[in-house]
Write a protein that binds this ligand. Structure first.
Ligand SMILES: Cc1cc2nc3c(=O)[nH]c(=O)nc-3n(C[C@H](O)[C@H](O)[C@H](O)COP(=O)(O)OP(=O)(O)OC[C@H]3O[C@@H](n4cnc5c(N)ncnc54)[C@H](O)[C@@H]3O)c2cc1C
Ligand code: FES
Length: 263
């Protein structure tokens, strides 16, 4: 089969439309790997905050792994991976020319309509969906400020993967940007009253951003992570507690209103 023939060739699967996609570019930033896939169908349908379920090549990996849409440029979908276990390690090692199967785009997107000032707050690999969001907000004419926090030098090098004009970086060991957490950055920021906050990162960070946002009298959204098996709403393995009851991260989320999550 030629490379072209396998590019984003959609076929049906029981629970979601899938696309067979060729890796067209790979860039490595410390602990994170950014790769771009030829994926016209997914790139044409996706919105910031959505994710794809990705097959892990090589055998031995039964379940797909959820990864956020990191970028969309024309017919290319970008993903950013941090190796945490065997599956993400294999994905982080993908090379140009390899193919993977993507199911999606899945889940809810970040609402962006009418936003004039946006503050994007990310922690670690949770920064991944915020690049695509920043791109869309800037295209729509919004003022975008981002504050990203990383734990150490290897993770903080991932800041190089992001192209956001007003980006403040914090690292816990002080290796890159301000020493401290992303909350130390927020404490020094002056957010206009109509700012919409968008957060993605570890639960402790989401909780801190939620409190800060309420104190500032702002509103916002959070993208949550959960362990996923099906990614399509049927196994209920990804349920989280919210003010609306127990909701599935894969189908009612991953994006929720910040004031309804219980991190
Ligand atoms: C909606 C969503 C979007 C995501 N987007 C990205 C992304 O853009 N880039 C990225 O690198 N990762 C992302 N993740 C997390 C990623 O899916 C997991 O890191 C990956 O599935 C782990 O697989 P593994 O085989 O490497 O790890 P395993 O060997 O299964 O586990 C390794 C470690 O990772 C933890 N882990 C496994 N799955 C998850 C999970 N879903 N959430 C949190 N911790 C987990 C385990 O508890 C364990 O400590 C996302 C997760 C969700 C739910
Ligand atoms: S992963 Fe199965 S319901 Fe969400």
């Amino acid at each position: 089969m030629t490379a072209k023939a396998v590019d984003d060739h959609a076929h049906s699967e029981q629970w979601a439309e899938t696309s067979h996609c060729r890796v067209s570019a790979v860039r490595r930033f410390g602990a994170f790997t950014a790769f771009e896939l030829v994926a016209p169908r997914i790139a044409g349908k996706a919105a910031p905050g959505q994710f794809v379920m990705v097959t892990v090549p090589g055998g031995g990996f039964l379940l797909r792994r959820p990864l956020s849409m990191f970028t969309v440029h024309g017919d290319r979908a970008g993903l950013l991976v941090e190796a945490r276990g065997a599956g993400s390690e294999r994905l982080a090692g993908l090379e140009v020319g390899e193919t993977v199967d993507l199911a999606g785009p899945l889940g809810s997107a970040f609402p962006t309509k009418g936003v004039t000032n946006a503050l994007l707050v990310g922690g670690g690999i949770g920064c991944a969906p915020l690049q695509y969001l920043a791109d869309e907000l800037v295209t729509a004419g919004a003022n975008v400020t981002a504050a990203f926090g990383f734990r150490d030098f290897r993770a903080a090098r991932a800041a190089g993967a992001f192209a956001v004009e007003r980006l403040w970086v914090a690292s816990e060991d002080g290796a890159v940007g301000r020493r401290g957490t992303v909350m130390d950055v927020l404490a020094e920021l002056d957010a206009p009253p109509n700012t919409v906050v968008y957060a993605c990162g570890p639960a402790a960070m989401i909780g801190a951003v939620q409190r800060w946002t309420l104190e500032q009298g702002l509103r916002g959204y959070a993208s949550l992570e959960a362990h996923m098996a099906c990614g399509s709403g049927s196994c209920r393995g990804c349920v989280v507690d919210t003010t609306r009851g127990k909701l599935r991260v894969c189908s009612e989320g991953p994006v929720f209103a910040l004031d309804e999550v219980r991190p």
